[in-house]
Design a protein around this ligand. Structure first.
Ligand code: BES
Ligand code: MN
Ligand code: ZN
Length: 496
């Protein structure tokens, strides 16, 4: 998709569709609609008084041959109450407008950007919103929606010329949302087409395309590095594990921080010997969403080129039951030297992360941020729309939360507290891999944190947010790409 900018007045713009936004309430509190010519505004006021146009969030009102405009159609998209509006809402508002246009087979539209939406940040959010909206998880369908794709979105300044910062923001938004769509493609991919070796191949291909360093550890290297926890999870599968390392290190960047991005890459999670019930097991093809997130983040970073060092570590394995599987009761030795008693082979994500965190520290990361579809418990606690945030460094937790807020991804901090440590004590090893049902998301997070040592660490449990089980006005059903945008924002904001 192309994001373009024009400075001229809207009246004369020949375009299949012009989008303006409108707040809920009185005629005085309209959004960019208030910059329309008087004749057009008069018509909107009539629609308002008849109750057809209210400005409620995501409401789409389409007008053909709008008076006073050269555009063939005008779309008024609702933004809700002005007092509650935040710039981050533009992602979803732009998404709703874009999906409305797609459904009408309109491939080329303009957006009037003046007033509240007119900041570089607002433009970045609009660009993200339309690119995220222009995605369907329909690769394997004969009736896939290629003919719906948006080719071009033109931002219209209406005589108040765009600044360079605003133009750059449009490009940034496109890059970031396309990276999130790359993540979504990987999450959507069925496990028969995406075993660990394929995930690694996608990483290599992306790294070659965008100029990142990429190193893949295979079975031999994993065993040589004594990554006993990763190996334990992988050993039940015919598919060999991989550890994917992606590196972005601009020579002029300061030596520290080195941000470590660790993502769980379980390409299919049957639960292993502690096997999961059949119902919804298909959803476990998405258990590599954390890893795919970090691949998307690295793709965006490679293009945005912030002045900061970033290393992604993605441990990838398939969790299968077989005659070669690890078993409940087994004791394994992790790369860090800590021994782990496996009480449940379905708590495999934390095992992969244990070795990956140790490896990221060995590679010189000075901050560790992991994302993982780690627990069903986080969905019980926070539902499907909010990711769980945990960490030992309140400073970095706050940075993550503030980036999430800025880009419109919902996150909520849950506690880590030493009192929980007793729950995952083992009677025979240093630590056990489960801590019981109560506080399940917390004990899982804390287990991972045990391998961060004294390195500041933040953990994102995205089990609930990786996937949307129904279509939204602004987003297709399926993989969401969360939390790619938050992490790109975090990395670029902390660059020097
Ligand atoms: N991948 C799952 C968590 C999950 C569940 C992700 C639902 C997305 C949707 C994880 O490996 C798992 O199985 N966790 C167990 C841990 C338990 C055995 C301690 C869980 O949450 O039930
Ligand atoms: Mn599991
Ligand atoms: Zn899992």
């Amino acid at each position: 998709m192309k994001i373009e900018f024009v400075d001229e007045a809207i009246e004369s713009l020949r375009i299949p569709l012009l989008v303006v936004d409108s707040f809920e309430g009185s005629a005085a509190s309209t959004g960019t609609a208030e910059h329309l010519p008087a004749t057009t505004r008069k018509m909107l006021e009539e629609l308002q008084s008849s109750g057809e146009l209210t400005g409620k969030t995501f409401e789409c009102t389409l007008i053909h041959n709008p008076p006073g405009l050269a555009a063939s159609r005008l779309l008024v998209v609702g933004m809700g109450k002005r007092a509650r509006f935040r710039t981050a809402d533009l992602v979803r508002i732009a998404g709703a407008a874009a999906r409305f246009a797609r459904n009408k087979r309109i491939h080329d539209f303009a957006w009037l950007t003046l007033g509240r939406g007119r900041t570089a940040e607002g433009i970045e959010r609009i660009a993200e919103g339309v690119v995220l909206a222009d995605y369907d998880a329909d690769k394997y369908r004969a009736d896939r929606s290629v003919d719906k794709r948006v080719d071009r979105v033109t931002l219209v300044a209406n005589g108040a010329p765009f600044t360079d910062a605003e133009r750059d923001a449009g490009e940034r938004g496109r890059i970031i949302a396309e990276a999130a769509n790359f993540t979504r493609d990987l999450v959507n991919e069925p496990s028969n087409n995406l075993p660990p070796r394929e995930l690694a191949r996608h990483a290599q291909e992306m790294a070659a395309k965008f100029g990142l360093e990429c190193k893949i550890l295979g079975k031999e290297e994993i065993l040589a590095k004594k990554m006993g926890a990763i190996w334990a999870v992988a050993q039940g599968s015919e598919e060999e594990p991989r550890v994917i390392v992606l590196r972005y290190s601009p020579p002029q960047a300061p030596a520290a921080p080195v941000i470590g991005l660790i993502g769980k890459g379980v390409t299919f999670d049957t639960g292993g010997i502690s096997i999961k019930p059949a119902d919804k097991m298909d959803e476990m093809k998405t258990d590599m969403a954390g890893g795919a997130t970090m691949m998307g983040v690295m793709q965006a970073i490679a293009q945005l080129k912030p002045n900061i060092r970033v290393t992604a570590v993605i441990p990838s394995a398939e969790n299968m039951p077989s005659g070669k599987s690890y078993r409940p009761g087994d004791v394994i030795t992790s790369m860090s030297g800590k021994t782990i008693e496996v009480l449940n082979t379905d708590a495999e994500g934390r095992l992969l992360l244990a070795d990956a965190l140790a490896y990221a520290r060995e590679l010189g990361c000075t901050v560790l941020i992991d994302a993982a579809t780690l627990t069903g418990a986080v969905m019980i606690a926070l539902g499907n729309f909010v990711s769980g945030v945990f960490g030992t460094s309140q400073e970095w937790v706050d940075r993550v939360l503030s980036s999430a807020k800025a880009v419109g991804e919902k996150m909520w901090q849950l506690p880590v507290d030493d009192e929980f440590r007793d729950l995952y004590k083992s009677s025979i090893a240093d630590i056990a891999n489960t801590g019981g049902r109560y506080g399940g998301a917390i004990t899982a997070a804390m287990f991972v944190g045990e391998f961060a040592g004294d390195t500041p660490w933040v953990h994102l449990d995205i089990a609930g947010t990786r996937w949307s089980s129904d279509e939204k006005p602004y987003l297709a059903k399926g993989p969401t790409g969360t939390p790619v945008r938050t992490l790109v924002h975090l990395v670029t904001r902390n660059s020097s």
